[in-house]
Design a protein around this ligand. Structure first.
Ligand SMILES: [Mg+2]
Length: 279
């Protein structure tokens, strides 16, 4: 590592006050099969509930997911109107959560770091809660930012604000061929801005873990220290790449060394009372 990078790395680690985690395919392995099952459920929803042509669904779903971060955000962008809760219930309600096993190794690892830990997921709160419960990680995070947090009901003015904001920045899709979506989600910048505000996060003092290269790219642009999870191949915007979340200690040893020092923002059971707001 060049001297400047090494210096910046050590400075970040010695000032790290928050760890921000995605959930799906980040806190557990893709090999659980949950993601594939989720994709099948989404495609079934597109067929049975929205009446899309079966043979066109897989390709359309891939494009929407890639362009908008979630299939739901893409479907809403191209004009489908449906109830958010019913969609989430259909897509996640039948997942085999029993495939997820308690992960005491990760639990101990997280508890050994006296730094605030926050969840930042595009999924709905029921799904996030079930996953954390099955993994035995419910008590590892002081705050959960999820679909409902970013897209609260009965807040039309906020959504309009977000959409307008997006239009001037080519956010939420809205490029030459893709219309904008009203959904606030990663990888769009306003989702990160909202998360920073809601959890009182200073991005320059936060490490962000996610399995999506697009989320990592935005995270880096937003000033976070980024860790791509699920592969050892570093991509654009990733400061580190981990095959598994279990490898945090090997990849970021300074985080563990530094966190023993008392100057850190020790988990106080409250959100960011000692941190400054920069978002
Ligand atoms: Mg993920």
């Amino acid at each position: 590592m060049p001297y400047d990078d090494q210096y910046q790395h050590e400075t970040l680690m010695s000032n790290c006050e928050c760890l921000l985690f995605d959930v799906d395919d980040t806190l557990y392995s893709r090999s659980s099969g949950l993601s594939e099952a989720c994709t099948r459920n989404i495609e079934e929803y597109m067929s049975t509930e929205l009446g899309l042509e079966k043979n066109e669904i897989p390709q359309l779903n891939r494009i929407l997911y890639k362009e908008y971060g979630t299939s739901m955000a893409g479907l809403k962008a191209i004009g489908y109107d449906f109830d958010d809760d019913e969609y989430h219930s259909f897509v996640h309600g039948r997942l085999q959560y029993e495939n997820l096993k308690p992960d005491p190794f990760l639990r101990n690892l997280l508890h050994s770091l006296p730094i605030r830990k926050v969840i930042f997921s595009n999924a709905d709160k029921t799904h996030v809660s079930k996953v954390l419960s099955k993994l035995g990680l419910e008590d590892c995070f002081e705050q959960v930012i999820c679909f409902e947090t970013l897209n609260p009901k009965n807040t039309t003015p906020d959504r309009e604000f977000n959409t307008n904001y997006a239009s001037s920045n080519n956010e939420h899709g809205g490029g030459s061929i893709f219309p904008k979506t009203p959904i606030v989600c990663k990888p769009f910048e306003d989702a990160f801005q909202q998360a920073f505000k809601l959890a009182n996060i200073n991005p320059s003092r936060t490490v962000f873990f996610d399995d999506s290269t697009r989320n990592i790219e935005t995270g880096k642009r937003m000033g976070l220290r980024t860790v791509l999870v699920g592969t050892s191949n570093q991509t654009t915007g990733a400061d580190h790449a981990l095959e598994s979340i279990h490898n945090i200690k090997e990849a970021l040893p300074d985080l563990f060394t530094a966190s023993k020092e008392p100057k850190f923002n020790i988990h106080a059971g409250k959100v960011g009372i000692e941190t400054s707001v920069t978002a």
